[in-house]
Design a binder for this molecule. Sequence first.
Ligand code: C2E
Ligand code: CA
Ligand code: CA
Length: 535
Amino acid sequence: MYRVMTEAEMVEAFDTAISDDQFYVCYQPQMNHISGSIVGAEALLRWKHPEFGVQFPSDFIPVLEKNDLIYKADQFVFEKVCLFIKTCLDKGLTPVPVSVNMSRYDIVGHDYVEDIEKTRKRIGIPVKYLRIEITESSAIGGSDLVSSVLDRLHTYGYIVEMDDFGSGYSSLNILKKLDVDVIKLDMSFLSENTGGRGGVIISSMVRMTKWLNTPVIAEGVETIEQADYMQSLGCNYIQGYLYSKPLPENEYLQLLERLETEPIKPASKLVKGMGVGRFWDPDSFETLVFNDFVGAAAIFSYEEDTGKAELLRVNKKYLEEIGMNVSEQEILATDPWESFSETDRKSFEATIKKAIESGEEETSEHWRLIRSKCCGDDNICIRAHVRFLGRAGRQDIIYSRIRNITGEKRAYQEIVDSERRFRAASEQANVYAWEYVIDTKEMHPCFRCMRDLGLPVVVRNYPEPAIEMGIFPQDYADMYRDWHRQLAEGVHSLEAVIPLTVGRVPFIVRYTNEFDENGKPVKAYGSATLVVDNK
Ligand code: C2E
Ligand code: CA
Ligand code: CA
């Protein structure tokens, strides 16, 4: 009866399975989606048990790892792969490199690198046909053990791949710490956990890997749409059911005979600018600066042809400045332009272009709509200082320092608004109005006062200029001066009919005093209303 074996059955059957050749290796091709050439293959282990049928790695690998049997299995796979490559070479075929999976348990208590080297030399194949896949999870924390294994693999000339990139949270940080040669990005990991925003995350990741000049293989690609999407990001290497399932050795050999082969090449280089790649190194000076010294900052990419922009990295202070409890994941997963109005987007794009051209820091102010899971939607005003860092392919990489100036803007807006209301009201009511600041003896006239009486925005040493100009006639000058003394002493209000200007037109002139919390007079509101002749 074919079924998944139990752990006990697997452990019991393992030794016989190895000696009886129940294990065999399948090869899954890795293709260049543009050229249709094959660039490599991954070796995947299968176990065909005579009684229980084919067992899959997702079931038996964890059991082998737990029971200290994985090392033997992985050495078995490595030897089979070497023998297969030898067969290809003997047939005069150009093989492509084969990726072999290394378990994290392979390097604990074993001499993994020395052992595979012995096998390779015994069989006699060049190291360039072999790649070793290490998983992202085994590299978490970037342990010294993993680093030293990686160094030794490199010393012998092995290509090292980071498997399941993007599955862990620390992806970005371990990337630069571990000097891998190829990155494998699993489509399924990324689309599952990101609420439909996988695309943005994938594209950011591909872009980041480009900065490091590391080629990317997209894994688990099942549809042509996925492959085309990856291609649009400049990631042309595809491994997945779209091209082929893992094939038994003989079928893979036939495929290899038919297909063109080519080597994997790094993606486009960062041609200009500083070492942006170092931003991903948690220990680099740049990262230190980014996190601790520069204030709120972000790095984003901008494509001039299409106007597309993507946030690639933000620091903690950036999130604090935005406020509203938005997480880094949330903010990276959002299309930044979504939060801009059409006009603000245009002006910000113009600023970016200016910064690219000038190489200088350029400044822009704009409003953004921030959507937060916990705090709802809110508009915030941002002042951004942008600087061009470099170019990766068609993408310009921009560094942006920001400050949230919403508070200042709102306060300013309030003044503008109240002044507008104030002016509109006085305009209609045939009233002249002004404010008198008691401390400074400054008078701030309304718009109508300025227009009709030719007053400046601020009149100093009030009321003297108004008396001099003849707005307040001489016979009322002393009374009017005395009013301002009274205001300073704390009178609450004053009122009188005064004939104003040389025409001596009668107005009701009023003052209302305003006090601070200590009862000290601060400012008085003056008005002059035309006395309407009711006769
Ligand atoms: P992996 O290294 O991430 O290998 C890729 C897995 O994705 C393979 O599953 C492959 O068959 C599957 N796959 C390939 N294309 C597609 C696709 O288009 N869609 C979907 N949904 N899946 C696809 P497999 O062979 O079952 O291997 C599972 C895992 O077991 C591997 O994941 C690897 O971690 C481990 N493994 C396999 N062989 C070995 C081995 O020889 N040694 C060690 N240590 N681990 C192995
Ligand atoms: Ca793998
Ligand atoms: Ca994988």
